[in-house]
Design a protein around this ligand. Structure first.
Ligand code: ACO
Length: 405
């Protein structure tokens, strides 16, 4: 018993006034007009447009405009939007001092959580969440600066001088330039690889109320500023069950080593010693539509680079073949998700494994800020405050320290 005057919240459950739903398996936390998913049919639409059409015909910044504003831009709107993002992609020079404060071997996601949160210490003209102009400028700043921050985190780790964005390059090209150009050698962008990276950005741009987006919404519901909220989203994304999965896939392929070791690894999966990373999804109980697009992109990139016989890729294809025919996976509706292939594509492009999740974070920034904006602009917004099912001790009296044994 919790004591005579305490109402046990479990009594509400009997009247239907209280739901207990660990992991939010059956609870919608909000209304949203941004992204639609049908997990049984494997459908994903941004603002009503199928992901397949956007991946084929759009580019990342156009997709950003669509997610933020609800409609595809006119040519003039697209030009203005691209210009605004490019205008904001530099970092305040003092922000460079932040990078130097971290250990060189820090994970880039750790650096990103800190530096993105610190943007609130610099851009005071985008902190008033009640001012639509402030909200808009915050969105531009985040979409523009997060790739710059991610690239600098990598360069600091490598001991390279910090780099600057370059005018005249696309969003994906600029990111590759900031990662890999040095004062003595300009990175030559291969258009097939830049297109593949842009497609990775599009596919990761939004995914309705996933863990990190829900984190951004919950943080924002208290009135916290947008930079702090996006830093919270980055922290959540880092976990291996979420955005950290693309990194975990490559680590898993390294651990398995070669095709001969696959059967023993699969036994371990079935005994629940480990998971098959890059497989399974909370919502998709059919093929993840992003995975199908990513697999095709993977083929294009490997063909461009002459890597089709790459042992890691062969190993991944063997795992996919076995899993798709194995009753354990079929019964549980476990299909490859987008991260099973995106890691292979990123690796082929030459991106180090530690940068996989930062790339997911920079692509998802637009989804996070679109959800944050939608929520803040809603006059009915309430602070998010879940309840709990208390299972602790009942009421008891304090015992003086001297009397405790
Ligand atoms: N490998 C092996 N078995 C799995 C896997 C997997 N990757 N995923 C789920 N299962 C099994 C579970 O052990 C469970 O089996 P049981 O019924 O015998 O107990 C069953 O499938 C259901 O699994 P849940 O954990 O209930 O599924 P949930 O929806 O909670 O988890 C998640 C989804 C977290 C994505 C899970 O599938 C997973 O950890 N996958 C690997 C990590 C990964 O790839 N994450 C990326 C997600 S996509 C993204 O963030 C872009």
């Amino acid at each position: 018993s919790l004591g005579p005057d305490v109402v046990d919240i479990r009594s509400f459950a009997k009247t239907g006034m209280f739901t207990y739903d660990p992991g939010f398996l059956a609870t919608a936390s909000c209304e949203s007009k941004i992204t639609f998913i049908d997990g049984d049919q494997g459908l994903l639409y941004y603002r009503g447009y199928p992901i397949e059409q956007l991946a084929e015909h759009s580019d990342y910044l156009e997709t950003c405009y669509l997610l933020l504003n609800g409609e595809l831009p006119t040519p003039q709107q697209k030009a203005d939007f691209d210009y605004m993002v490019m205008r904001h992609n530099m970092l305040h020079d003092q922000i460079h001092n932040f990078f130097r404060g971290f250990r060189r071997d820090a994970h880039p996601m750790a650096v990103m959580v800190g530096v993105v949160g610190a943007l609130s210490a610099f851009y005071h003209d985008s902190l008033d969440i009640n001012d639509p102009h402030h909200r808009k400028v915050a969105a531009f700043r985040l979409i523009a600066k997060v790739p710059t921050i991610a690239a600098q985190a990598y360069r600091y780790n490598k001991g390279l001088p910090l780099s600057y964005p370059k005018a005249g390059l696309s969003y994906a090209e600029n990111f590759l330039h900031m990662m890999f150009s040095t004062p003595v050698s300009e990175y030559k962008v291969n258009p097939v690889l830049a297109k593949a990276l842009d497609r990775i950005f599009i596919l990761h741009a939004d995914h309705e109320q996933n863990a990190s987006t829900s984190t951004v919404r919950l943080s924002g519901s208290s009135g916290a500023n947008p930079f702090a909220c996006i830093a919270a989203g980055i922290a959540c994304l880092w976990g291996p069950s979420h955005g950290g999965a693309n990194e975990a896939v490559l680590k898993m392929l390294d651990e398995i080593g070669s095709v001969e070791n696959v059967p023993a690894f699969m036994e371990g999966v079935k005994n629940k010693t480990h998971k098959l990373m890059g497989f399974g999804h909370r919502v998709y109980k059919n093929m993840d539509p992003r995975a199908a697009i990513m697999k095709q992109t993977c083929d294009e990139v490997l063909a461009e680079l002459g890597l089709h016989n790459d042992p890691k890729f062969k190993l991944a294809m063997e795992l996919e073949k076995i899993a798709l025919n194995d009753p354990y996976f079929i019964e549980r509706k476990l299909y490859p998700n987008v991260d099973f292939y995106s890691g292979i594509v990123l690796s082929a492009i030459g991106i180090p494994v530690s940068m996989f999740t930062p790339i997911f974070a920079l692509a998802r920034t637009v989804g996070w800020i679109s959800h944050w904006t939608e929520m803040i602009a809603d006059p009915g917004m309430k602070i998010g405050r879940p309840r709990q099912l208390y299972t602790g001790a009942g009421r008891r009296d304090y015992v003086q320290l001297s009397e405790r044994k």
